[in-house]
Design a protein around this ligand. Structure first.
Ligand code: LLP
Length: 422
């Protein structure tokens, strides 16, 4: 459930008409709903607790939406943060996420980033390879701080909505094998500078089938038992994120309740703290991208183009993953639906949000909303074509605040520096 709905013929976010935000801030702009973010976090947490999971650590994947207001909203609910860079750790800390709820993942952490994480006191560094384990030990020794680590295991399970976001097969770059995990865990347990506390996995994103998750989680539970059988100490099992969301017209994802059942079943009697790294399931349907129709262009040969002021640099998912986003009129006009190609102004054919989508009639100046854009929307935006970085707005009830303003062109240019010879 989300809080974007038509009221009296126009689309609202909670109690604010989207048209009012477009008027005040201009377009394109991302709009997030506080109530939806809170609801998604709470529903997931309650489902896990109801299934018998004691005190889960729900570490929101910051990459899905790294806006400080979003992170702060979730932190206030008790969420932790799953981070993959120093920048994300800094964001989580700035948003008030306690360091003991911050997980640091990623295949290529630099020594500087590892040092930053250790100084900050994050809850665990998810080590993804043997050279990375050695790097963490070196940095820990240099700082005189023992590093709390978990091993990210690649459970060799195929899952995920698109080849570019599947991570759990052994040909992917992520994590170590089960055999390596056992060997490295034992090595780390003997190191003065490493404190292994658990194992982690993340098999992919936009997963709409629970079977691969069940398979991966059972394999992970087996690993925990084997490690303990070797006398090693294991206190945490991080099951990653990946739960899909209902992008309109796509396969229905499992409910948080069904997901929680799979988790509970796979980890029954294991006596570990469970951690999760959900991103999309919390943020996707809590945000929309608002854009304005610049032109309606009917080509004489047939195709009907809806040219927007939003482009692939603002919402990359359709160009990058052929992703489907429901597109709605903010004030739908009466009349027969027609098949539109919805495009942005960027100079590439890839700047196409969808083709042949049946939509109600539009005129220049009308507003459209890309639904389910709260995850991997603004966080993947760029300034390609020297378009200003897209702003973000947070709504709560009948109030809204600009939580990332649109920069000015002067600011965009001022970030660059002169080369002395030019
Ligand atoms: N944990 C780790 C280690 C991850 O790599 C990811 C996502 C997550 C958690 C969160 O996964 P989620 O619950 O959001 O599925 N840009 C792509 C998605 C990339 C996901 C990368 N990793 C998209 O727009 O679909």
């Amino acid at each position: 459930m989300n809080h974007f709905e038509l009221r009296g013929g126009e689309l609202f976010c909670e109690d604010v008409p989207l048209a009012e935000i477009a008027q005040a801030v201009g377009t394109p702009v991302y709009v997030y709903s506080t109530a939806t973010l809170e609801r998604h976090y709470t529903v997931l947490r309650e489902a896990l607790v109801a299934a018998g999971v004691v005190d889960p650590l729900i570490a929101f994947a910051v990459k899905a939406n790294s806006n400080l207001a979003v992170l702060r909203t979730l932190a206030r609910q008790g969420a932790g943060a799953d981070t993959v860079s120093e920048g994300e750790i800094r964001r989580a800390l700035a948003a008030g996420v306690p360091p003991e709820k911050i997980v640091f993942s990623g295949v290529g952490k630099t020594a500087a980033e590892i040092a930053f994480a250790l100084e900050a006191g994050v809850c665990e560094i998810n080590v993804e390879s043997e050279p990375e384990m050695a790097a963490v030990a070196r940095v820990a020794e240099r700082l005189g701080k023992r590093a709390t680590i978990a091993f990210r295991v690649n459970p060799d399970v195929a899952a995920g909505g698109h080849a570019k976001i599947a991570t759990g097969k052994s040909e992917n770059k992520f994590g170590v094998s089960f055999a390596e995990a056992e060997r490295l865990y034992a090595m780390a347990s003997n190191s003065a500078w490493l404190k292994p506390v658990g194992v982690a996995c993340h098999i992919g994103s936009q997963i709409t089938d629970l079977a691969p998750m069940a398979e991966a989680f059972e394999k992970m539970a087996g690993l925990v038992r084997r490690l303990r059988g070797e006398g090693l100490h294991v206190e945490r099992l991080d099951l990653g994120g990946g739960l899909g969301v209902p992008y309109f017209n796509q396969p229905e994802p499992p409910s948080p309740g069904d997901y929680a059942q799979v988790v509970a079943q796979a980890t029954q009697g294991l006596d570990v703290q469970l951690a999760f790294e959900p991103g999309r399931v919390i943020a996707a349907n809590a945000g929309v991208l608002l854009a304005e129709v610049v032109h309606v262009h009917q080509r004489p040969e047939g195709r009907l183009f809806l040219v927007l002021d939003a482009a692939m640099n603002d919402l990359l998912r359709p160009a990058m993953y052929d992703a489907y986003h429901d597109i709605r009129a903010v004030r739908p006009r009466e009349g027969e639906a027609r098949p539109y190609d919805v495009v942005g102004p960027v100079c590439e054919t890839g700047d196409t949000f969808t083709r042949d989508r049946a939509l109600p009639p539009f005129e220049a100046g009308d507003l459209v909303a890309f639904m389910s854009a709260g995850a991997y929307g603004a966080s993947m935006a760029s300034e390609y074509n020297s378009r200003l970085l897209v702003p973000e707005v947070m709504v709560k009830g009948d109030q809204f605040a600009i939580v990332r303003p649109r920069p000015t062109y002067e600011e965009m240019l001022a970030r660059e520096a002169e080369a002395p010879w030019l």
